[in-house]
Ligand binder design. Structure first.
Ligand code: KIV
Ligand code: ZN
Length: 382
């Protein structure tokens, strides 16, 4: 099995479904260009039949992007697929992403249908899409709650119909990592033609397990990951691209790699956050404001002695200029000295002791202490 994991970015489709985060066509093109530079393998540019604006965005992204595959989402019907074909007309490497619900919940309550009919619908959609493009990805929506044997039957049938990639979404973010991994293993071992397709994982974050489930999928043989920048997406979001990329880079024992140029992760996180008007939570892994900030005395002392005491990733590796030592009332003398020296002040051990007491009084009144505050402190204690 290949040890490359393909990164399928769905920021512009699943990510953009977030209320209030809609992007203009120009913004989508701008983000697609940044995704190409980041090194993603596939860009899901939109759902063309959903609106004229999304149709145009898929078309414009297709014109501009050179290397990654451009993918368009459809439901399992000819009208959706026709719209996708038209929107992808200028794509150098087009892919249609079609599919249908696979769980009994979806089959009964969403489609009001039966397993047999749904399977036929999925197969027919893949066959229809294959008339226009070679690369067809099939999604088995809500696979996370589907019956595994039915899922295996469905996946066998769509691969026979020509699907090149089979997407196994945990649409509702329900699965435990162990169970999700076991489901991928089941497909890998029970689907007789599975070697003719790539298994893709698409995990939602309703229980905060999207990234963990994604990794469990890879450990069990999935070779495509569907993720978004900043983990943005429906409800609690999708697996976060930056987390997955850095887990695969950090844990070499997984013996897989991606083409992601990791120093671009922070710049693209900021770009997406700004364009979507969706702030990144401060403690977000990899791209949060505090991901490389140290504020307690014990940690600051450790980082100043050797960064690796409290950091498993070098900040530059993900496009952050440096770690930050934040001065708060929990900071120690080492951190205070570090900042004073950075500002050009040298002080003896006794002087530092006095300054530290004055600093603590000031810090108790504020959330954090700026360079300007330190200058005031130096004047007062001069
Ligand atoms: O979560 C999901 O199941 C999806 C599919 C449409 C791929 O986004
Ligand atoms: Zn999704």
């Amino acid at each position: 099995m290949s040890n490359q994991v393909y990164i399928f970015d769905t920021t512009l489709r699943d990510g953009e479904q977030v209320p209030g985060c809609q992007l203009t066509c120009d913004e989508k093109v701008e983000i697609a260009i940044a995704l190409e530079a980041l090194g993603v393998d596939v860009i899901e540019a939109g759902f063309p039949v959903s609106s004229p604006g999304d149709f145009r965005a898929v078309q414009e992204v297709s014109k501009v992007v050179q290397k990654p595959i451009i993918c368009a989402l459809t439901r399992a019907n000819t009208q959706d697929i026709d719209a996708a074909v038209e929107a992808l007309r200028y794509a150098k490497r087009p892919r249609i992403h079609t599919g249908v619900g696979a769980s009994d919940v979806h089959i009964r309550h969403k489609f009001k249908s039966s397993r047999a009919e749904i399977l036929e619908l999925g197969v027919a959609a893949v066959r229809y899409a294959k008339r226009f493009v070679e690369d067809v990805e099939f999604y088995a929506e809500d696979a996370g709650r589907a019956d595994w044997d039915f899922l295996a039957k469905m996946i066998t049938a769509v691969i026979d119909a020509g699907a090149t990639v089979v997407n196994i979404p945990d649409t509702t973010g329900y699965c435990l990592p162990e169970d999700y991994g076991a489901m991928i293993h089941h497909l890998k071992t029970q689907v007789p033609n599975i070697d003719r397709a790539i298994i893709s994982v698409h995990c939602h974050n309703d229980l905060g397990m999207a990234t963990a489930n994604t990794i469990a999928g890879i450990q069990n043989g999935a070779r495509q990951v569907e993720a978004t920048i900043n983990g943005i997406g429906e409800r609690a979001g999708n697996a976060s691209l930056e987390e997955v990329a850095m887990i695969l880079k950090t844990h070499q024992k997984l013996k897989v790699h991606t083409r992601i140029h990791t120093p671009y992760l922070n710049p693209i996180s900021q770009l997406v956050s700004e364009r979507m008007r969706m702030p990144v939570q401060a403690n977000k892994a990899i791209v949060g404001k505090n991901a490389f900030a140290h504020s307690s005395g014990i940690h600051q002392d450790g980082v100043l002695k050797n960064r690796e005491n409290y950091e498993i990733i070098a900040p530059e590796e993900v496009g952050v200029a440096s770690s930050a030592i934040i001065l708060t009332a929990r900071s120690g003398k080492h951190a205070l000295r570090h900042h004073l020296e950075r500002l050009g002040y040298a002080c003896t051990a006794e002087k530092l002791q006095d300054l530290y007491q004055a600093f603590l009084q000031m810090a108790d009144r504020r959330k954090d202490i700026s360079d300007q505050d330190l200058q005031v402190l130096m004047r007062q204690c001069g």
